[in-house]
Design a protein around this ligand. Structure first.
Ligand code: PEP
Length: 246
């Protein structure tokens, strides 16, 4: 069951999907609830169009640099000016498709916290790592890189998302037991650095969560909500998932 000291959290990652029409439909129809933190992370061009939404907005990426000659990049101060509170960092599609190493992600986490925004830090293993039994070592290395760059304070200022890569966009969800096992490991690793921050940090599960499987996943002790890709584009499904978290 979701721990009473941690407010459930559901974030929708629209990836490179969406339109003015979809933005308007979410702004008009996605209700907020005091029982769950709801965040939509659309492509950057739509961020400032959510100013009248009842829910929070997050970016899908940010530059580690403050300004200057970085064509195509978007700075954290711009993201803040667009009304965001959150930034997804370290998504596997950025790690794999845009060569973001653990160190790059760590610098982005540091810059995001310094800008007063909250990282939604994505970690998780590829299929071959799961099959060879290396999940814990892989996830630990991802967490250690953040602690090395940011110190332990990042735990208080972040939301963590465990997203096994083999489950993202594939329809192959981790079983609630598989997910809980890794979430408990993540919390234990964080507790070794700061026990009280680890007890309070929200750890989301991401990977083919949908309206039918969300309740079972969110019922696990260390799963505090979800990072939702495909199902966050359908308002009825996303609403059901938010209700499952609350
Ligand atoms: C994601 O992109 O973070 C994600 C979890 O995608 P999906 O829900 O489509 O698997």
């Amino acid at each position: 069951m979701i721990n009473s000291q941690r407010k459930p959290f559901v974030a929708g990652n629209w990836k490179m999907n969406g339109s003015n029409e979809l933005v308007e439909s979410f702004c008009s129809n996605l209700a907020s609830s005091p029982a769950v933190d709801v965040v939509i992370c659309p492509p950057a061009v739509y961020l400032s169009k959510f100013s009248h939404a009842e829910f929070a907005v997050g970016a899908q990426n940010a530059s580690e640099f403050a300004a200057g000659a970085h064509t195509g990049e978007i700075s954290l101060s711009m993201i803040a000016e667009a009304g965001c509170k959150y930034v997804i960092l370290g998504h596997s599609e950025r790690r794999e498709g845009h060569n973001e190493s653990n160190e790059v992600v760590a610098r982005k986490v540091k810059a995001t916290i310094a800008a007063g925004l909250t990282p939604i830090l994505c970690i998780g293993e590829p299929l071959e790592v799961r099959e060879s039994g290396g999940v814990f070592d892989f996830v630990k290395a991802q967490l250690d890189a953040i602690a090395n760059e940011c110190g332990v304070n990042y735990i208080k200022n972040s939301v963590v998302a465990y997203e096994p890569i083999w489950a993202i966009g594939t329809g192959k969800t981790a079983s609630p037991e598989q997910a809980q096992e890794v979430h408990a490991f993540i919390r234990k690793e964080l507790a070794a650095l700061d026990a009280s921050a680890a007890a309070n940090v929200r750890i989301l599960y991401g990977g083919s969560v949908n309206a039918a499987n969300a309740s079972e996943l969110f019922a696990k002790t260390d799963i505090d909500g979800g990072l939702i890709g495909g199902a966050s584009l359908k308002i009825e499904d996303f609403t059901t998932i938010c209700q499952a978290a609350s």
